[in-house]
Design a protein around this ligand. Structure first.
Ligand code: PTJ
Length: 254
């Protein structure tokens, strides 16, 4: 039994457990109510994907690990949902890839910024950017609260990981000549379609793979990492993810 309600042999136990993490995050103030709705949208795509990490997501993860390791100033952007679902893995990934962690919220509030930063610190983070107003600068092409970024973090970054993103920021970051990695269950979203590398998977499954892969290839030669990135084709990967969804839906036709 998980949390007195979810029998561990329930056919949808994993999915219910993830919901439970988000609801707990919502009750503690990490997650906004809109974050629960965003998760619902993600779940629908996860159902169509088949609730497992596809071979295309694994390719994207390897390219993403390589890109993070090649970066001069990689940054991992953390929002409420990602903190509630995988704070520990965010910190581990930052450690293995020497990336900075930055809290960046769509529904911005001082209290949530503080809570998310504390959650990351409880999971081992030493420095969390995005909270110091003196270091805050605006991204010109953005109007949402996500425009406020840290001078030492996203503003200066050459590679940014933006999981569970809401749309226009990826294009703005790409316009600033940054490389963007996203984790999004929806291969049709504007973020997935405009990112440099789109990992079409549930963040709960993708993050442990991303941590493991980064750890595994960390000491590879630069030229080998560059080759992995060069050979990766995001559009091909997105097309394959969309076909996977179509195929899964078609397989239910009688
Ligand atoms: O914490 P804040 O204030 O920064 O707000 C965070 C949310 C997620 C509420 C905000 O960014 C938002 O409204 O996002 P959207 O526009 O709903 O987009 C979220 C995207 O993440 C959608 O494309 C979902 O399909 C996708 N998604 C949701 N849950 C998951 C997911 N992708 C991967 N794993 C998930 N568990």
């Amino acid at each position: 039994m998980i949390n007195n309600h979810i029998p561990s042999n329930h056919p949808r136990a994993k999915s219910l457990y993830i919901r439970n993490l988000l609801v707990t995050g919502f009750k503690s103030g990490l997650v906004v109510p809109e974050g629960l709705l965003a998760h619902g949208r993600g779940e629908a795509f996860d159902y169509l994907i088949g609730e497992h990490t596809s071979v295309y997501a694994l390719h994207a993860i390897k390219a993403a690990s390589s890109l993070l390791l090649l970066a001069d100033h990689p940054v991992i952007s953390v929002n409420g949902n990602s903190a509630a679902l995988c704070a520990r893995e965010m910190v581990e990934l930052a450690n293995y890839s020497s990336a900075f962690l930055e809290v960046n919220l769509f529904y911005k509030s001082r209290n949530r910024e503080y809570l998310i930063s504390e959650t990351l610190k409880k999971n081992g983070a030493n420095i969390v950017l995005g909270l110091d107003k003196k270091n805050s600068i605006d991204i010109i092409d953005l109007t949402s609260s996500r425009r406020h970024v840290d001078l030492e973090g996203i503003y200066k970054a050459d590679v940014v990981l933006v999981p569970l993103e809401d749309g226009d920021r990826t294009s703005a970051l790409i316009k600033m000549k940054k490389k963007v990695i996203t984790i999004d269950l929806n291969p049709l979203s504007r973020t997935s379609q405009s990112a440099t590398i789109s990992i079409i998977d549930n963040i709960v499954r993708a993050m442990p793979y991303l941590v493991e892969t980064t750890k595994k290839i960390k000491n590879m030669k630069r030229s080998s990492l560059e080759k992995i990135v060069e050979e990766y084709d995001n559009q091909y990967n997105l097309d394959k993810s969309i076909k996977l969804i179509r195929g899964n839906a078609d397989s239910k036709l009688r």
